[in-house]
Ligand binder design. Structure first.
Ligand SMILES: Cc1cc2nc3c(=O)[nH]c(=O)nc-3n(C[C@H](O)[C@H](O)[C@H](O)COP(=O)(O)O)c2cc1C
Length: 361
């Protein structure tokens, strides 16, 4: 048996491998489960009704295998807000810069809204998203950029395993207070929103504070040597987000796929140009424009996505190549060709098994 399969987390969840995969795609989430890991569907960009239907689709695809859902629950958002009213009150400097970008890159207006051109992150939205998760049969409920004790308690009462992504040792104390079941220590190398501490420094600190709560390592993991290293750091498995972007099941658009396949670790950058909070993205015209001396500071979350939402909806609709961008971790170096979820999983498992077997005992 692969030594990975003997870890307690595998027994607890009845899974073959302690490889957890975050994705915004239903197909990728399901494929990760079918390949023996745990797929986690990223639902932060979905309205509650869509969360219900997406999770139902995944359940249909995975049968009784466990899968998860992830929400972002940042603190300090307004209770409720109207997009048009907030948009009208945004600072002129940022509005002018977005108009300048639209003009410079000849972006025609969008003819339809998407999530970010019509929604604002508010507590009312989060309440609806949490209700949708609770209604579903999803097995794991994960949250990033914060979390909520009431939501953790509800999920646990429904028999769901609760998961918190943390980027600093101090975040573990809050997660313990919520009664969390599983902690993901996500280091600076990770794609998407990220903190300042690297995975190698973060994971053992989180493991020490977490005590009996199992920990997964995340951030920069691209091959089996790093999965094996995660175990050496005290984690029971790995949580990956970037590698799946190169899987066919993800249906990554051609422009972004090219950026992903061509990028090395040094081609990613932590930027506030996506959401207003630091997030690791592939360096692109979008990140460079916002980093230029003429650019204003991105607005804080959630306002940056209000000011940029309509432009980015148009960029997506009209596939304006110059401004297409995406999040990815330093692990993007291992995205070298278009592949499949199953091939990624098999590679990770084989490589990890080989390293663990070769280690001196
Ligand atoms: C494109 C992208 C979007 C992400 N969005 C979220 C998110 O909405 N919620 C979340 O908890 N983590 C999100 N993450 C972080 C992942 O859950 C995971 O921790 C991270 O990808 C691990 O590092 P890696 O990218 O090096 O694999 C995202 C990651 C990527 C690459």
């Amino acid at each position: 048996m692969n030594p990975l399969s003997e870890l307690p987390i595998c027994q607890k969840l009845d899974i073959k491998y302690p490889i957890f995969g975050f994705s915004h795609s239903v197909e990728v989430t399901a494929a990760i489960c079918k390949a023996g890991g745990v797929g986690i569907y990223g639902a932060t960009r979905d309205m509650p009704e869509r969360i219900v239907s997406q999770l139902a689709k995944i359940r249909e695809l995975v049968g009784d295998r466990p899968f998860g859902v992830d929400l972002l629950l940042p603190k300090g958002m307004q209770e409720d807000a109207d997009f048009a009213a907030v948009e009208a009150m945004l600072p002129q400097e940022q509005k002018d810069f977005v108009a300048y970008l639209a003009d410079k890159y000849k972006v025609p207006p969008a003819t339809e809204d998407n999530f970010f051109s019509s929604q604002i992150r508010t507590n009312a939205l989060f309440d609806g998203q949490i209700d949708a998760v609770m209604e579903s049969s999803v097995d794991l409920f994960a949250t990033g950029i914060g979390g909520r004790k009431d939501a953790v308690e509800r999920a646990k009462k429904l028999g769901k395993m609760t998961v918190a992504l943390v980027g600093a040792p101090k975040h573990v104390l809050a997660a313990k207070d919520w009664g969390i079941d599983l902690i993901v220590a996500q280091g600076h190398e990770a794609g998407g929103h990220t903190g300042k501490i690297t995975t190698l420094a973060l994971v053992p600190q989180v493991v020490d504070i977490a005590g009996d709560i199992p920990v997964l390592a995340a951030g920069g993991i691209g091959d089996g040597r790093q999965v094996a290293a995660s175990l050496a750091l005290g984690a029971q498995g790995a949580w990956l987000g970037t590698l799946w972007l190169a899987a066919r099941e993800h249906k990554t658009g051609a422009v972004l796929m090219k950026q992903i396949l061509e990028a090395g670790s040094a081609d990613t950058v932590v930027s506030r140009a996506h959401s207003g909070k630091p997030a690791r993205l592939i360096k692109s015209t979008w990140t460079e424009e916002w980093a230029s001396p003429e650019a204003p500071e991105p607005l804080p979350m959630p306002l940056h996505q209000v000011v940029t939402g309509p432009l980015l909806a148009a960029v997506e609709e009209h596939q304006v190549e110059a401004l297409i961008y995406g999040g990815a971790g330093q692990s993007v170096a291992w995205c070298q060709e278009e592949t499949t979820v199953d091939a990624i999983m098999q590679r990770l498992i084989t490589e990890t098994g080989a390293v663990l077997t070769a280690l001196p005992r």
